[in-house]
Design a protein. Structure first.
Length: 497
């Protein structure tokens, strides 16, 4: 089914809330909605609804295509089909025409899911298709690229003659150009930022509050356990206001204390868009049945040792385990990933022994022999602004299981554990006040997926590098490991005297 008239009308009203001066110009659009024919059908004449996408990169350039039928440079777009929403129609069109994937794009905080522009323009007759002159009511939605560098585009040859990037001041549509330039003056900078907020609510004793989502079309990750929260709306002052509004709407009576930003996670929207999410942590210890759950199926407490037995939204298990490891509960119930306190004589390190942190790294090469590296966020606790392999700390799991988990969570890569080979170990000593580390490197000989930035607060981009051209800004022990692996050496040590 195409988008409903109520959805279209609500989208127009949302747009006119920001641009009331265009009400008269869109009178024909309201007349179309009140008419007897399907407003999105290309057979509806003398006019119908279309959708297009303004894709903005980090340099504040906008993607255009050479449209073969008209001979013009336009923002990607076209006719509505069996799309759930108008935004979904714009997303489908830009992906079909340019080869982008939905996950390459994310919403822009200034516009969210509302159109940046609604343009009314006339279309000349198309003798080849037998179409008479008619009018398009074009809904234009804006997206940021998620990656720092535009991906390789593969335009649809039968419709698109070329792809071009134009600065905002050179955008071909006057109405779209004016809207984007105004947005630039108010902060549009091409850099993705969270547009959703979630609450990691715990009771301080190892329990985490999760709710089970409905199993319905259009629900983000249906029938899975997730954190409470939702998307930012135009009236929200900030993301904390978003979260408090969502909690009041979803579970009136649940008011956690001490809400503070904890992490930025990456999720996937119901339309396939990349969705940066600001996660807040907070405390609450009430009974789930004491509040009125108005969205979802149930609300319950869970401990870490229960997570492997339930269906969780993507990345949630890792998030909770990380939080639990950072917030141990002495005397409380033990959670998976937190070993029991050893009894005297059992598992206690001998005199002079020191526990090591185990890091696991993915050494991945493509068909051209290039190595996958990620640029760490400047604010990262370690290696900020440097390039590094996909990596993470080993929790209460095998090293290979850690490798598979981290590859999925960081870069959306699926690693076959049977195709993993240990290739190197760096025994790393830091300053005197830090624990030494065993840095394990594994090579994956088979995997699926294309590297994506899934944790934007930790990694800004993934890029393939020829071994002889690795960047100067490389984590030092990673450089050591690459050289040794390529030379066939399996052990190195750094920092020991």
């Amino acid at each position: 089914m195409p988008p409903t008239r109520s959805h279209i009308r609500a989208t127009i009203e949302s747009y006119l809330d920001r641009h009331p001066q265009e009400t008269d110009a869109l009178a024909g659009l309201f007349a179309l909605l009140d008419g007897p024919t399907e407003p999105t059908s290309r057979a509806t004449l003398p006019g119908h609804i279309t959708c297009s996408a303004a894709v903005v990169d980090r340099n504040r350039r906008v993607l255009h295509i050479g449209h073969k039928a008209s001979g013009k440079l336009l923002a990607p777009g076209g006719h509505v089909e069996e799309d759930r929403t108008l935004l979904a129609a714009a997303l489908r069109e830009v992906c079909e025409e340019t080869g982008l994937r939905p996950g390459d794009l994310c919403l822009i905080p200034q516009f969210l899911g509302a159109p940046v522009d609604i343009d009314v323009h006339d279309i000349d007759a198309g003798p080849a298709g037998g179409e008479p002159p008619h009018r398009h009511f074009d809904f234009r939605f804006a997206f940021y690229l998620t990656a720092a560098q535009p991906p390789q585009l593969t335009p649809r040859q039968e419709e698109v003659s070329c792809v071009r990037w134009f600065a905002l001041a050179d955008v071909r549509s006057p109405t779209l150009r004016a809207k984007l330039l105004d947005a630039e003056a108010h902060g549009l900078d091409g850099r993705p930022e969270p547009v959703n907020a979630s609450a990691l609510i715990h009771d301080g004793n190892g329990r985490y509050l999760l709710h089970l989502r409905d199993h319905r079309d259009g629900i983000w990750e249906p029938w899975s356990l997730a954190l409470l929260g939702g998307g930012r709306e135009p009236g929200d002052a900030d993301l904390e206001a978003t979260l408090r509004r969502e909690l009041a709407e979803e579970v009136p009576g649940l008011e956690p204390t001490g809400l503070t930003p904890y992490a930025v996670e990456t999720a996937t929207s119901a339309d396939g868009l990349t969705l940066p999410v600001q996660v807040y942590e907070g405390r609450w210890s009430g009974h789930p049945d004491s509040v009125d759950l108005r969205e979802g199926v149930l609300l319950r407490w869970f401990t870490v040792d229960m997570l492997d037995r339930v269906r969780l939204s993507s990345g949630l298990g890792s998030l909770i385990r990380r939080h639990a490891a950072e917030h141990p509960t002495p005397g409380g119930p033990r959670t998976k990933g937190t070993p029991p306190a050893p009894r005297r004589g059992e598992g206690v390190p001998s005199r002079g022994a020191e526990l090591h942190i185990v890091g696991v790294h993915l050494f991945l090469r493509d068909d051209d022999g290039r190595i996958l590296l990620g640029l760490r966020h400047p604010d990262s606790a370690y290696g900020g602004g440097r390039w590094h392999m996909p990596a993470g700390h080993c929790e209460r799991e095998s090293a290979v299981a850690c490798l598979v988990r981290e590859a999925r969570e960081e870069a959306n890569l699926v690693i076959d554990p049977a195709q993993v080979e240990f290739v190197h170990l760096v025994h790393h000593a830091g300053p005197d006040d830090t624990r030494p580390r065993l840095q394990l490197f594994f090579q994956a000989h088979a995997w699926s997926g294309t590297p994506e930035v899934r944790e934007p607060d930790r990694c800004l981009e993934w890029r393939w590098w020829a071994p002889e051209s690795c960047p100067a800004e490389l984590v030092p022990y990673t450089r050591t490991a690459i050289a040794d692996i390529l030379s066939g050496r399996t052990y190195a040590q750094r920092g020991w005297t």
